[in-house]
Design a protein around this ligand. Structure first.
Ligand code: SF4
Length: 110
């Protein structure tokens, strides 16, 4: 089973415990149809705007065994607030530079 680390939007924490992320990951559904069921080895926030802390947090999760870094849907899709992260592309590019292109990036969860 593939191991993944999930990064979420800190601004969404108060209204979403990430229940659907854990559900679709364990069932291998939606964004995880390609990987099949995955084990979540870390579930962290971006650290708050503009998301710089997500870079070191992604690296720690890779060091702890994550084979893919997953952005929760609150970041790219703005689920459930309807407000997508304006820093997403910069954050993602910085993370890829830090962890290397060999680590898979999944851009949403559900
Ligand atoms: S940087 Fe993006 S993901 Fe992080 S708190 Fe701000 S809006 Fe949310």
């Amino acid at each position: 089973m593939k191991k993944v680390g999930i990064i979420r939007c800190q601004q969404t924490e108060d209204i979403c415990p990430g229940t659907m992320d854990f559900k679709v990951a364990s069932e291998g559904k939606l964004a995880f149809e390609e990987t099949g069921p995955v084990e979540i080895i870390g579930f962290v926030s971006c650290g708050g705007c503009p998301g710089k802390r997500a870079v070191s947090r992604a690296k720690i999760m890779v060091d702890r065994g994550a084979e893919a870094i997953v952005f929760a849907s609150c970041i790219k899709r703005g689920t459930p607030t309807g407000f997508a992260c304006p820093h997403y592309e910069v954050m993602k590019e910085a993370i890829v530079r830090k962890i290397g292109a060999s680590i898979k990036i999944i851009e949403y969860t559900h």
